[in-house]
Design a protein around this ligand. Structure first.
Ligand code: HEM
Length: 108
């Protein structure tokens, strides 16, 4: 097993995410999925109350909503598999890059 695999498994263990959790997430998805449009509309409306975040989102909201939908689907249905891990690593990098190039104001 590669070190990164061991790390990931250790984190899952610490978060007490096991096969029971994976099964529960799958059961919940039919409840979550129909609510996602509203939840994400609320999420981006909230982000856009901050001018710098509004500028980051710009005209990309439709694309970001669709990217988030596939993220949440992977989280609920993917059983924390390799494709989920690749995806969250990419998402982390994208946000880190955004933050570096367009830092948000300090918290007061
Ligand atoms: C629950 C929290 C969040 C999730 C799950 C999430 C998810 C995602 C996903 C899946 C992408 C697409 C990544 C890709 O292209 O592969 C993305 C991109 C992006 N996110 Fe988020 N995001 C979150 C929070 C935020 C916040 C707070 C901001 C601040 C404004 C933000 C701004 C952006 C921007 C600007 C991009 C586009 C980057 C680019 O393609 O140039 N996100 N996000």
């Amino acid at each position: 097993m590669h070190n990164q695999d061991t790390d990931f498994q250790t984190r899952l263990n610490f978060a007490q995410i096991d096969q029971t959790t994976v099964r529960s997430l799958k059961t919940l998805w039919p409840i979550i999925q129909p609510a996602l449009d509203d939840v994400l509309a609320g999420f981006y409306a909230h982000l856009k109350t901050q001018p710098k975040m509004a500028a980051m989102v710009g005209d990309q909201q439709a694309r970001l909503v669709s990217a988030q939908k596939s993220h949440w689907e992977k989280l609920f249905l993917g059983g924390f598999d390799q494709s989920y891990r690749d995806s969250i690593n990419r998402i982390g990098h994208v946000h880190y890059q955004q933050d570096r190039t367009r830092p948000l104001p300090d918290r007061s």
